[in-house]
Write a protein that binds this ligand. Structure first.
Ligand code: ATP
Ligand code: MG
Length: 306
């Protein structure tokens, strides 16, 4: 099996609205693939189709070698899913939640105890086994939810915004766990709105208005996904100048990054014009992942408006 996930032209239409539009993906075993895109882009819908929870309107493919449409029941035991609103039982303890999911994934009795213990260690919940979930803070809950999703040793785990609402340290710990999982061969699909997390993925699939606009490594995206010439300006009160800069015909995009302004120009020959406009020198830079994200989302919006 070359690919853990190989799908072609997956499409989901709700009424007259196309939520996912001809999505094609090939993802290798052990890869961490990040799904990025604006709210409503179709990330969750795509994941639910890849899990076999939602039947595609059209398209075809294989998950772990099984036919996505005809064999969705065979796929389910091999995948773990942590949904956007992850489902833990608040009135049950840590251990009871894990035990419940061990049952759901039909783990043999002989393995259950050990596996629950492993998940408690992985989620750094040792000594909290008997704590009721309602009393746990966000980061703990989130690691427990991951434990519940992977207790059945899935070959692929789908994590839908697993780190929203938790602190930066918890987010970092969580991603380290994900990277360990991937090193052991688990394929990970993770949606996120955080650029630091996207940087830690092997490849990023950028989805907007239901379509896959780009799929590549973070480095390749930064090198080639943005059309134009990016410069950085150190401008005091940049916020007051953005409108004026954006109005220039040769300026494609303008965004503030702390005290620095990133300006995407049509090409290198526009640097001089920009410098004359603002009375400051401009440094050429490689776009950040955030620049890539903004440029791709904007490009798509323009296409939709047309
Ligand atoms: N069951 C449904 N019926 C009708 N429309 C739906 C249904 N599920 C999703 N949609 C629509 O499909 C679009 C894509 O939704 P989806 O939840 O996949 O986006 P998303 O990329 O996960 O967004 P977010 O970043 O906010 O989680 C949205 O416009 C949503 O309203
Ligand atoms: Mg979503």
């Amino acid at each position: 099996m070359d690919y853990a996930i190989s799908v072609h032209d997956l499409t989901k239409v709700f009424g007259s609205f196309t939520a996912v539009d001809r999505l094609s993906l090939n993802i290798k075993p052990g890869e961490i693939c990040g799904f990025l895109g604006p709210n409503g882009a179709g990330k969750t819908t795509a994941i639910r189709m890849l899990c076999g929870i939602l039947t595609p309107t059209s398209g075809f493919g294989q998950i772990l070698g099984y036919d996505l449409i005809k064999e969705s029941e065979k796929i389910k035991p091999h995948i773990g899913y942590m949904s956007q609103k992850f489902s833990l039982y608040d009135d049950l303890t840590v251990e009871e939640n894990l035990s419940f999911y061990a049952g759901l994934y039909s783990l043999p009795n002989s393995e259950r105890k050990n596996r629950i213990k492993e998940m408690i260690t992985m989620a750094q919940l040792t000594s909290r086994e008997d704590e009721v979930v309602a009393n746990l803070s966000g980061g703990w809950k989130q690691r427990l939810a991951l434990g519940c999703a992977i207790i059945g040793r899935p070959s692929i785990v789908f994590l839908d915004e697993p780190t929203s609402g938790v602190s930066p340290t918890s987010r970092r710990d969580f991603f380290t766990i994900i990277q360990k999982l991937a090193n052991q061969g688990t394929t990970v699909i993770v949606t996120t709105h955080f650029m630091d997390e996207a940087e830690r993925c092997n490849r990023i699939a950028f989805i907007s208005a239901g379509q896959l606009l780009a799929m590549d490594t973070p480095d390749n995206l930064k090198q080639s996904a943005v059309e134009g010439f990016m410069v950085e300006l150190d401008l005091p009160q940049a916020i007051d100048q953005i409108d004026r800069i954006e109005q220039q015909l040769y300026v494609r995009e303008c965004s503030l990054h702390g005290p620095l302004l990133h300006v995407l120009l049509d090409n290198e020959s526009n640097v001089k014009e920009l410098e004359e406009l603002v009375g400051k020198s401009a440094r050429p830079i490689t776009p950040t992942l955030e620049d890539v994200f903004i440029a791709l989302a904007k490009k798509k919006r323009k296409q939709v408006v047309r």
